[in-house]
Write a protein that binds this ligand. Structure first.
Ligand SMILES: [Fe+2]
Length: 472
């Protein structure tokens, strides 16, 4: 039996579902919005429309897309559920039908035969003029960029061989290609994975398969202009456990995080896997290649950073997410022993890394990430790590993922604005927070106030769209 609305376990504690779809025209703006912010800031998160099974996790929530349309100093806000097959079936039934996260054996019978995993709850992604809601075990859902109404599955679905595409794709800033992988691409839950590539215009140009070293989680991957770095982490899937109603993942301490490096000029047959003990990376900041050397930056946890999943014996594990440290992995492909060396970035503890996307897949200098008490800016050149404090203030705040927007298309790397949603703890409302990276520790240049709070979203993107606004 579902419980009354529980507060689903999330990465950062608990959160209540939002449950309503909102429009706010002409939001209150404190300060002045810079001219560079002419466009739409899209995000996707998880929000339970109906009470769930007890102990459910936030990753299993219904997809909620939201947008801040910014134009001429004015801001409109909207949020809409992603209208997936699962969501529509539940709305019709007027109750929750989906059981546990990615375990169809725990569903109500009404959901049989439907696309039960796809919630579109993980990332808002823009490519070839289209907006998608992504979820790593599913096919992207397309949304209307102005209204957020769900258009349906991505237009390329009939041509796909895979049934899954990551919520952390990479765009090559030079070629404009969209690179994606699909964990458990046939949903057989063995070791199957797919590589899928689209060109700048959204044409499907490459589909290959590969075999993972073990059936583990791979939430993100890394890319350079010369290499692709696939990952598998020691949270494993067991079909027998699923059939008995257990969790989709369980932590297996006998396994190591694995990183598979593939030259982009080669095929998935050329992947070489490297074990990197004690470096579970859920999110990457960036990566680049120098000949046979490949450098990969991400937040590495020494243990299970998805601790809402128990170990393979059913016991809880310590939550390693609080120890996630920005770490540079050095792969030297000329080494016969495959050894990988690690270099930690002092003080950079946190998650949700971002960089200036114009430097994606290449050498870069600046990055940003969420900390437990604010937003941090890292300078890889000087080693400087600065935290814009939000929590220890008169009006305590908690930042969600921040995105970088350049001041102008040709401005230097890192010169622009950092945009994030900040939850105001005492006021119980949310605001869009805009920092100038040239005055990173100074006051925000603008705060866009919503008259209510917002649950945590996961990932989003800012898209330059002149004149962006809600329909009038
Ligand atoms: Fe993610």
């Amino acid at each position: 039996m579902p419980e009354p609305f529980i507060q689903a376990l999330s990465f950062y504690g608990t959160q209540k579902p939002f449950r309503f779809e909102a429009d706010v025209y002409d939001c209150e703006v404190l300060g002045e919005l810079p001219a560079a912010l002419e466009g739409s800031y899209y995000r996707c998160g998880a929000d339970d429309a109906y009470p769930t099974l007890p102990g459910d996790i936030i990753l299993n929530g219904d997809g909620m897309a939201s947008v801040f349309h910014l134009s001429g100093g004015k801001v409109d806000f909207r949020c809409r559920y992603v209208k997936t097959e699962r969501y529509l079936a539940e709305r019709k039934a007027r109750r929750r039908l989906a059981g546990k996260y990615r375990n169809g054996y725990t569903d109500a019978p009404e959901l049989a035969g439907l696309d039960r995993d796809n919630t579109g709850n993980t990332s808002a992604f823009w490519h070839h003029g289209r907006l998608y809601a992504l979820r790593e075990d599913s096919i992207p859902m397309e949304l209307d960029p102005a209204t957020l109404e769900t258009r349906g599955y991505a237009e390329f679905k009939p041509r796909l061989k895979t049934r899954t595409m990551t919520a952390h794709p990479k765009i090559d800033p030079v070629t404009g290609e969209w690179w994606s992988y699909g964990q458990f691409c046939h949903k057989e839950y063995r070791n199957e994975m797919a590589l899928t590539v689209f060109d700048r215009q959204g044409n499907l140009v490459r589909q290959e398969e590969l075999v993972m070293p073990y059936p583990g989680v791979c939430h993100d991957f890394a890319m350079t202009r010369e290499h692709v770095i696939f990952t598998v982490m020691p949270l494993t899937v067991d079909l027998a456990r699923m059939k008995s109603g257990g969790d989709f993942y369980a932590w297996d301490p006998s396994l190591h995080p694995m990183y598979g490096v593939m030259p982009r000029s080669g095929t998935t047959k050329d992947i070489r896997w490297h074990a990197v003990p004690g470096a579970m990376i859920a999110h990457f900041m960036n990566a680049w290649s120098e000949g046979d050397k490949v450098f990969v930056d991400g937040f590495a946890a020494p243990g299970n950073s998805f601790a809402f999943f128990n170990d393979v014996n059913g016991n809880p594990t310590p939550n390693a997410v609080a120890d996630s440290k920005l770490t540079r992995l050095h792969f030297d492909l000329s080494r016969a022993d495959g050894k990988v060396t690690l270099q930690g970035f002092d003080k950079a503890i946190g998650e949700m890394p971002k960089m200036d996307e114009r430097r994606g897949l290449q050498t870069y200098r600046y990055g940003w990430h969420k900390t437990f008490d604010g937003i941090a800016m890292v300078d890889w050149q000087t080693g400087e790590h600065r935290v814009h404090q939000l929590l220890k203030t008169d009006n305590p705040g908690m930042s969600q993922e921040a995105v970088f927007v350049p001041r102008a298309p040709d401005s230097p790397e890192g010169d622009g604005y950092l945009v994030s949603v900040v939850n105001r703890v005492k006021e119980n409302l949310a605001e869009l927070y805009v920092l100038d990276t040239k005055d990173f520790l100074g006051a925000p240049v603008a705060r866009v106030r919503l008259p209510f709070n917002l649950p945590m979203s996961f990932h989003g993107c800012f898209v330059a769209r002149p004149g962006a606004q809600l329909p009038r």
